[in-house]
Design a binder for this molecule. Sequence first.
Ligand code: ADP
Ligand code: ZN
Length: 519
Amino acid sequence: MSESSLSKVLAEVFGYTSFREGQLQVIEAVMQQRDALVLMPTGGGKSLCYQLPALVGEGLTVVISPLISLMQDQVEALQAMGIAAAALNNGISPEASQLISTQLNQHQIRLLYVSPERALQPYFMRQLQQWPVRLIAIDEAHCISQWGHDFRPEYGQLGQLREALPQVPFMALTATADAATEADIISRLKLHDPVVYKGSFDRPNIRYVVEEKYKPFKQVTDYIKRQRGASGIVYCGSRKKVEELAEKLSREGIRAAGYHAGMEHDWRQDVLRRFVRDDLDVVVATVAFGMGINKPNVRFVVHFDVPRSVEGYYQETGRAGRDGLAAEALLLYDPGDVAWIKSVIFEHPDEERRRIELHKFAAMQALGEAQTCRRLVLLNYFNEHRNEPCGNCDICLDPPRQYDGTVDAQKVLSCIYRVGQRYGVTHIIDVLRGSKSQRLVELGHDKLSTFGIGADQSHEYWLGVVRQLIHRGYVVQNIQQYSVLQLTEAARPILRGEIALQLAQPRINLAVSKPRVAD
Ligand code: ADP
Ligand code: ZN
């Protein structure tokens, strides 16, 4: 089929004037009965890659999709365009399911959406072998990869489908894939010499911002208040935090609700509905919230905790700005979380798994700690290499400034030394700033020579300095011993004044660090 006839279908059925980047290439691969792997960012127009070919020529196109709500949306949209589409999943009554089966047997359906569980049922697979299937499209194909951030066991078994239907072309589609996931998809689905289309993963309208996390609740509340009722999602690392934060935000008068997989189905549906209708401004959620949310006007995504992988971060931040208008992704970054997450990964019994997860997390850490354009770091992770800084991330907009931090470093290091290398960050900063807390006085730390030598700077300022010293290897945080701070060998020459040290000016949000009246 020629390009012009495909364009005609595009215009007549879908009402679009031209193909998006990559669509034609993928559609032509299907027409030639080739396997395909489609990597396109969210909103890139993946669905059309299998919907359009389904309408030209004979046969049935089967789409495997992990989410019932998403299937339902697509089927309804297709039916509204007069296309014979149907969905089979556990949300459908036996009668409706029977009716669809009859229609399928009579070859009356063009596009069939099925859940992976359904697709893998032996009975269903036998039926598939009877029907004139011309393409199997697997949406959200990254769920196949055990190393991916969103592994689903049923997806892992989809290779069986390939064995049952060796002659049928397969198309795998996803909005995230690093090289490892990409290879995993190809091998598990046994894609044969696939046409691989990889679109740019850049989302130029999303501004990436990383802020040091020091007073997370206040930071996130102030941030949301500055958004003046715009829609946003706040991702947290645990269900408990989701509930706490949602409640705190509500108490601050923000229209917020929590969402995680442990909540009642009806509640979750209700949250989703209210959010989509703009009756709710902010959803505080675990990563369980998001896949398949089709809300174009999400203006911001906040990560309250650092995600475990760049893919996850990309996927979650990608839910902002689907309408193409300016949007922001804010990551609250705490090196303390890093140590904690690493220790959790270390507990995993499988060594290979540990290795891969640590590797993935290291990339996320590098993104959080980047001193160069965040977008370049992000795209680089997806093997999209560029040189020009983006001009739309915190680093580009406000490049980190260096200053001679030798004296600051000496203050911190000597303070750690004076308290016997037996106290954590907060205590060290309290001593530096001359806090008169009872505990400090009881310990006699108000008598130390380092007491109050940093009183001219805020807590957050010193936190920034301490973190850099940890980061650069002058100080270690002993995880075995209540995270107490200890000096390394490298600290000596600084303490002795033998070498100078450049530090980055702490990037502290002014709205948060304004001097408080009572401190
Ligand atoms: P993805 O699945 O990649 O996230 P979708 O398939 O949902 O993206 O498409 C995103 C949006 O782009 C949809 O609203 C779709 O109708 C629209 N779209 C897709 N292809 C085209 C095209 N060729 N021209 C104009 N709009 C398109
Ligand atoms: Zn940039």
